[in-house]
Design a protein around this ligand. Structure first.
Ligand SMILES: Nc1ncnc2c1ncn2[C@@H]1O[C@H](COP(=O)(O)OP(=O)(O)OP(=O)(O)O)[C@@H](O)[C@H]1O
Ligand SMILES: [Mg+2]
Length: 276
């Protein structure tokens, strides 16, 4: 475009002047931009510090609540044990309570550490079926629960942390067993080949014929400390979700009250079949 101003800018003096002005303006703009960026960063970190504090406050309140119960029970038991007239029989019951409650506190602490500690994966080529078989074998024996394990076609190995995988499976198997209660039922595990966004995956399905979950329980099941069981910490599924996520996998729960539950853990396969 041939504007009059461009003609005057053609003289070297004018051109240099205009260039110097443009440089000054750029420097000013840069300074303003830096100041704005600093203000934005400041506002953002203030907001995230506030959010972090709120989250810590909420978690602390939940932990305090979880610890207070066993501590109160322990305190009461000790007070009764101190009384000279407490019978030998009562003493033995009270010692049992002390044991149970300290075990509960210990479990809470371990679960909390599993849930809150940063996950650092020790990856190796893992045979999912072998890990599942081991997890099934340590389930407490239950006369009226029938256990079934299917792997219709070999899924090969996944690149995973075997220890965490075992913890994932054990939590799910324990939940399934507890959901079937005394009546028992069928616990079915399926290890299936699957695909997610075109990538090969393993879909590990843990299915029970237990009490199932209504939508309000289902919606809260993954929240830390949510439990409907008297001795639960409510961290089991929260830990499972965290570990699955750390593996780049996904967790999906299908359940209906009275109709049992199936939990899908989908893990990416990083290494095609290499086992013999
Ligand atoms: N297979 C299942 N069938 C029915 N309900 C389930 C099942 N798995 C989980 N739930 C529901 O979700 C809740 C949360 O499960 P989660 O494993 O996180 O905690 P928990 O089993 O109660 O306690 P913890 O695992 O710490 O012993 C359970 O209390 C139960 O209500
Ligand atoms: Mg559980």
């Amino acid at each position: 475009m041939d504007h009059g101003r461009d003609h005057s800018a053609a003289s070297p003096d004018n051109a240099e002047g205009a260039l110097a002005k443009a440089r000054r303006e750029i420097v000013e703009l840069e300074a303003k931009l830096a100041a704005a960026e600093k203000a934005r960063h400041h506002a953002e970190s203030a907001a995230s510090a506030k959010e972090q504090l709120a989250a810590i406050g909420e978690l602390s309140a939940m932990i305090a609540h979880e610890i207070r119960n066993p501590l109160t029970i322990i305190g009461n038991a000790v007070a009764t044990l101190r009384k000279p007239l407490t019978s030998a029989e009562d003493r033995s019951v009270l010692f049992g309570i002390l044991e149970d409650e300290s075990r509960r506190l210990n479990r809470l602490m371990n679960d909390l550490l599993s849930y809150a500690r940063p996950v650092s994966l020790q990856l190796s080529a893992v045979n999912v079926r072998e890990v599942m078989e081991r997890s099934l074998s340590v389930l407490p024996p239950h006369a009226s629960i029938e256990k079934e394990l299917f792997e219709p076609e070999p899924v090969g190995r996944v690149f995973a942390d075997a220890k965490l995988l075992r913890q994932i499976f054990e939590n799910l198997l324990t939940n399934a067993t507890q959901a079937m209660g005394r009546e028992g039922g069928i616990l079915t595990v399926r290890i299936l080949k699957a695909e997610r966004r075109g990538e090969p995956c393993v879909d590990v399905v843990v299915e029970d014929t237990g009490e199932g979950m209504d939508t309000s329980v289902r919606d809260r099941a993954l929240l830390p400390f949510f439990t409907t069981r008297p001795t639960g910490t409510g961290l089991g599924l929260a830990i499972v979700a965290r570990f699955v996520q750390a593996h780049g996998g996904s967790l999906n729960i299908r359940s209906a009250a009275g109709k049992g539950t199936s939990v899908h853990v989908v893990l990416p396969v990083f290494e095609e079949r290499a086992d013999g």
